[in-house]
Design a protein around this ligand. Structure first.
Ligand code: F6P
Length: 481
């Protein structure tokens, strides 16, 4: 049995590596660390663990056009070893576009999109999960802690345990876990849930997801719940817990207070024609996000005369995503049609009422948008957490602004001082937007103050610290420490 070190090696396993190829100032491609709170929170933890390692896919396939002088993937970034999992274009069709985003994503998000079940998708999913498990087994030191992320890799915990029973295995699901009535439609329900049960610790975003998972695995006869947070599986105890993910609050707060961002926000508002009210939506272009329903509500408010186009402007950022999947092509068509209809009916030359951006935004552009937005619309039909809601709150240092938030976002469990909406209820959404636009400054301040406290006290570092505390405890108990 390996000696228990003070700080065991930490291996993170996620579908994507924490790096991406971007052009520098001279247009030369280079690998840089991916933006985002998850990567920046995990980087020091991995570096600290010594021999920290990240297993993932670099985003390329054998179908990509070769780029002259493109640098190869570095062996490590910021002291973290990178283990690349190659995925071919055909494999990507089955594992990523197929099983992950054509089956699991819509099923786990309440079947908002149509769910397809294909045996060859599941075969491809299994093959890629096996590849991740084998590479992880090879990369992990004796007695290491392995932390596997998300729905693309649910078979990895079980496969890894078979090869390396000495490892302590944690799994975190970033998206919702569905109720039993939906999950049991999966032809591979036993295989998938047994895969997750290969873990020692399973983290979810919300208590609801834990309850759903217990309901599923107990009903399948795989486990018995010892209590609300412990499952017994094949004689082993597995802990389940809620770890609501947060953002890097300091980064957003500091940027929002910086002179260049404040100036960029003022500039942006002027470019929008200095309207009385700016409404903002920032989403990946995904049918779960409720972009179309908020556009419909906005259109009806303009039609009713409740809002006036000379006073209100909406900005909708829709970051391109998963564009080979039919349902994503459909939602793009729906959204773009609505935007064009609204602008056709209510815009004037030089003054569209909806500014629609189908591009990723830089951090600076995003901060300028948050600084300009009087009302932030976050209206998903289902969402694991929704970090945009938290980013907006953290960016509003002067405590002005209103968050309109779907009750079906994981964030709604924490951000109770937002104006809550049911995105299926267009009339309710209209009333919420109208209320937000008219909300007195004092009421805005009261709500934002409390929201900012919640977001600050549950940031990404807290999320990481809580998961690490629990997995380390299990690791020590396992090794008799
Ligand atoms: O929310 C789930 C998630 O997989 C995130 O982890 C990720 O950042 C996002 O969706 C985008 O995913 P993709 O890898 O499909 O671009």
């Amino acid at each position: 049995m390996p000696a228990v070190s003070e700080s065991p090696q930490l291996v993170v396993v996620a579908n994507r590596l924490p790096v991406r190829r971007t052009p520098d100032d001279d247009g030369n491609l280079r690998w840089t660390t991916s933006p985002g709170g998850l990567v920046s929170a995990l980087t020091p933890a991995l570096a600290e663990s010594g021999r920290g390692c990240w297993v993932g896919w670099d985003g390329s396939t054998d179908d990509d056009e070769p780029v002259d002088d493109s640098p190869g993937l570095p062996a490590e970034v910021d002291g973290i070893k990178l283990v690349d999992i190659p995925i071919s274009a055909d494999e990507l069709d089955d594992h990523y576009d197929g099983m992950s985003n054509g089956t699991l994503w819509p099923l786990y998000h309440d079947k908002i999109g149509s769910v397809e079940f294909h045996r060859h998708w599941y075969d491809g999913y299994r093959r890629i999960n096996r590849r991740f498990a084998e590479a992880t087994a090879e990369a992990a030191d004796d007695g290491a802690i392995v932390w596997i992320h998300d729905y693309q890799l649910q078979l990895v915990p079980g496969m890894l345990r078979e090869i390396r029973p000495d490892l302590t295995i944690g799994f975190f699901l970033h998206i919702p876990f569905p109720p039993r009535e939906l999950f049991q439609q999966l032809p591979w329900r036993k295989g998938l849930s047994s895969g997750i049960l290969g873990s020692d610790l399973i983290g979810f975003q919300t208590p609801q997801a834990i309850a759903n998972f217990h309901g599923v695995v107990n009903h399948l006869g795989l486990t018995t719940s010892v209590d609300d947070n412990v499952l017994k599986f094949q004689g082993r105890m597995i802990r389940t817990n809620a770890y609501p993910i947060g953002i890097d609050v300091d980064r957003y707060q500091d940027a929002a207070l910086s002179h260049p961002i404040m100036e960029a926000s003022r500039d942006l508002r002027a470019r929008l024609g200095n309207p009385q009210t700016v409404l903002l939506g920032v989403d990946r272009l995904d049918y779960t996000k409720g972009i179309d329903v908020r556009l419909r509500a906005f259109r009806e408010l303009l039609a009713d005369g409740e809002l006036h186009p000379s006073q209100v402007t909406m900005v909708q950022v829709a970051q391109p995503s998963r564009d080979k999947v039919d349902a994503y092509v459909d939602v793009r068509n729906r959204v773009e049609r609505l935007v064009s209809e609204i602008n056709g009916d209510y815009g004037r030359v030089g003054f569209p009422v909806v500014h629609y951006i189908h591009q990723s935004q830089s951090f600076t552009e995003l901060m300028a948008l948050y600084g300009t937005a009087d009302v932030m619309l976050v209206t998903p039909f289902a969402d694991g957490m929704n970090l945009v809601a938290k980013e907006y709150v953290a960016s509003r240092h002067d405590e002005s602004g209103v968050l309109v938030l779907s009750e079906f976002a994981g964030a709604a469990h924490q951000l109770s001082d937002a104006i809550m909406v049911n995105p299926y209820d267009v009339d309710g959404l209209k009333s919420a937007i109208a209320e937000a636009v008219k909300m007195p400054a004092e009421e805005q301040r009261r709500r934002l103050k409390s929201l900012r406290e919640v977001v600050a006290s549950t940031d990404v570092n807290q999320w990481l610290a809580n998961f690490r505390r629990d997995i380390l405890q299990i690791h020590r108990a396992k090794d008799g420490g």
